[in-house]
Write a protein of this length. Structure first.
Length: 128
């Protein structure tokens, strides 16, 4: 698993679990709940998740010196128009983004289901 899901670091896998899953997941869950609570459409989870994944990648860099988004490799891949190198350079960010999107969608779906049940519960009342 080393190097596949998270950047190589002396703190692995604990840094990935602490920052991405626990802290990032909690923030994503809260973002998903807020989007559902304010009756926003589901597609708005994605832009918020992209920004939140950037914050989580930055926290990985600041706290544990993990280079989750190696800008030198990204710039070189874009300049050389090498798609495979670009995908390889953004692999860790993509994993962080996937975790954040999953937590945000879960928070959104759970909150929206509670809203619908509370607001429109009379339509599913079996006593009719």
């Amino acid at each position: 698993m080393e190097g596949l899901l998270y950047a190589p670091s002396p703190y692995e896998p604990w840094s990935f679990l602490a920052v991405t899953v626990v802290m990032g997941g909690a923030a994503a869950w809260a973002a998903g709940r807020i989007l559902a609570w304010t009756w926003r459409p589901l597609w708005q989870v994605v832009p918020y998740a992209v920004l939140l994944a950037g914050v989580v990648a930055f926290l990985h860099y600041v706290l544990f010196h993990e280079n989750t988004v190696p800008l030198d490799r990204v710039i070189a891949a874009v300049g050389a128009q090498d798609g495979a190198a670009l995908v390889d350079a953004l692999r860790y960010y993509a994993v962080i983004l996937l975790v954040i999107i999953l937590f945000a969608l879960a928070g959104y779906i759970v909150t929206r289901a509670r809203q619908m049940r509370r607001q429109y519960g009379f339509q599913t009342d079996p006593s009719k």
